[in-house]
Design a protein around this ligand. Structure first.
Ligand SMILES: Nc1nc2c(ncn2[C@@H]2O[C@H](COP(=O)(O)OP(=O)(O)O)[C@@H](O)[C@H]2O)c(=O)[nH]1
Ligand SMILES: [Mg+2]
Ligand SMILES: [Zn+2]
Length: 356
C-alpha cells in the first residue's frame, strides 16, 4: 500500500474533519486496515504505520467495542522517536458497526468492521445457498447502519440461477440482488457499479463463496489469497484468515472478511422488522397491537400463512430470529433481565396460588 497520498482516498469527509477539529486537531489521523494481536496496521497521509493502543485507552476500555476495529478512524501519536510505531490515542465516532455474537454461549460482541457504507452479502449458488441464513445476514446488515446488497456467486455452477435469483429477491425486500460469476466478468462489472471514491464496501459471507476472488478482480491483481478455480470444482476452501481494508487503484475502499461459520445475531429487534417488512406490514392487520403472531386469534400473519400468502419457512425463521434477539436483549440489558425475572417470579407465584 504505497498509493495513498490523501485521506480522501481512505474515505475522509467533511463530517470527520469537523469532528477532528472539535478535538483540537491535535494529532494525526489514520484508518485501521488490519488488526493483529494487539497491533494495528493504520493507513494515513503519506503511507502506513504500525500502531498500538495507548495505555490510557486500554485502561478506559470496558468492552470490545472500546478498542479499534478494521475501518476505524483513529487519532495517532506518530512518535518518531519510537521507530515506525505509532500510538493510538482515541477512536473517532463510528458511522456504522457490523458485529456478531461470538461463538459459544457468551453474548460477547465481535466487531467485524466499522464505518462501512455498503455490505455485500455473498452467498454461492451451490451448497452454500440458504435463504434462512441470508435473512439472518440481512438483518445484521440493516442493524449495522450500512446498506446491504446480495451477491449470489458462482452462477456458473448452478442450473437454475434465474429461479434462485427470483426466490432470493422475494425474501430480500428493499435489497438489490445480483447473480454473478467470476469465470466471466459479471462479478466484477456488477460490483463496480457500486464502487465510488471514498465509499467503503465490506464483503461478508461463508468462506469459499468467492469474496476474495471478487476483490482480486477489482484490484486487477491477486493481492488476496484465493484458491485456484480449476481442479477444486465447487469445493470452496477457507482462504482469507484476517480482515483487511484495501484501497482500490481507481478509488473506492473494500474490506475483505474471513468466512463466518457461526453466525449469531445481536440485539436487532428493529432490523428484523426491516428484513421481514412483509410480515411487519401484515402485522398491522392483527387484532391485538402486541400480537406475537404465534397463537392469537385474529392474527393477520398466521392468516397469511394459511392462505398461502406467506411462506411458512420464512415465518419460522422470523420467529426464531425474534426469540434470539429477545434472548440477547435480556442478557445484555440488565434492566430487561430483572424485569423478566420478576415477571417469571410473579407468574410462578400465580401458578402456585392457582394450584392450591
Ligand atoms: N466456479 C467458480 N468458482 C469460483 C468463483 N469464484 C470463486 N471461485 C472459487 O472458489 C474458491 C474460494 O474462493 P475465495 O475467493 O477464496 O472465497 P472466499 O473464502 O469467500 O474469499 C476458489 O477456489 C475460487 O477460485 C466462481 O464464480 N465460479
Ligand atoms: Mg477470502
Ligand atoms: Zn399477529
Amino acid at each position: 500500500m504505497n498509493n495513498i497520498t490523501d485521506l480522501k482516498a481512505l474515505g475522509w469527509n467533511e463530517d470527520l474533519q469537523s469532528e477532528f477539529e472539535a478535538y483540537g486537531a491535535c494529532c494525526q489521523v489514520g484508518r485501521v486496515a488490519v488488526e493483529y494481536k494487539g497491533l494495528y496496521k493504520v493507513y494515513c497521509e503519506g503511507g502506513e504505520v504500525l500502531a498500538s493502543v495507548s495505555g490510557k485507552l486500554i485502561y478506559a476500555a470496558a468492552e470490545r467495542e472500546d478498542y479499534p476495529a478494521v475501518g476505524d478512524w483513529v487519532l495517532l501519536d506518530m512518535r518518531p522517536e519510537a521507530g515506525s510505531k505509532a500510538i493510538i490515542r482515541g477512536i473517532m465516532q463510528r458511522k456504522s458497526k457490523f458485529s456478531r455474537k461470538g461463538a459459544g454461549n457468551t453474548v460477547k460482541e465481535q466487531i467485524v468492521a466499522v464505518n462501512i457504507d455498503m455490505l455485500f452479502i455473498c452467498m454461492s449458488l451451490n451448497q452454500n445457498y440458504n435463504l434462512r441464513r441470508l435473512e439472518r445476514f440481512i438483518t445484521m446488515a440493516w442493524n449495522s447502519g450500512a446498506v446491504p446488497v446480495v451477491l449470489l456467486t458462482k452462477s456458473d455452477l448452478c442450473e437454475d440461477a434465474g429461479e434462485k435469483l427470483a426466490e432470493t429477491a422475494e425474501v430480500s425486500p428493499g435489497v438489490d440482488v445480483h447473480c454473478v460469476s467470476c469465470l466471466d466478468d459479471s462479478a466484477e462489472k456488477t460490483v463496480r457499479q457500486y464502487v465510488k471514491p471514498g465509499l467503503t464496501i465490506a464483503f461478508l459471507g461463508s468462506s469459499g463463496v468467492g469474496k476474495s476472488t471478487i476483490i482480486n478482480s477489482l484490484l486487477g491483481e491477486n493481492l488476496m489469497d484465493t484458491r485456484e478455480i480449476s481442479g477444486l470444482g465447487d469445493r470452496g476452501r477457507h482462504t482469507t484468515t484476517s480482515r483487511e481494508l484495501i484501497v482500490l487503484p481507481d478509488g473506492g475502499i473494500v474490506i475483505d472478511t474471513p468466512g463466518m461459520r457461526e453466525f449469531h445475531i445481536m440485539d436487532v429487534e428493529e432490523s428484523i422488522d426491516t428484513t421481514f417488512s412483509d410480515i411487519y406490514n401484515l402485522a398491522a392487520g392483527c387484532r391485538f397491537l402486541d400480537c406475537t403472531h404465534t397463537a392469537e386469534p385474529g392474527c393477520a400473519v398466521l392468516e397469511a400463512i394459511g392462505n398461502g400468502n406467506l411462506d411458512e419457512n420464512r415465518y419460522n425463521n422470523y420467529i426464531k430470529l425474534k426469540k434470539e434477539a429477545e434472548f440477547i436483549e435480556r442478557k445484555t440489558n440488565r434492566k430487561a433481565e430483572l424485569e423478566y425475572k420478576s415477571l417469571i417470579r410473579k407468574r410462578a407465584k400465580l401458578i402456585k396460588a392457582l394450584k392450591k
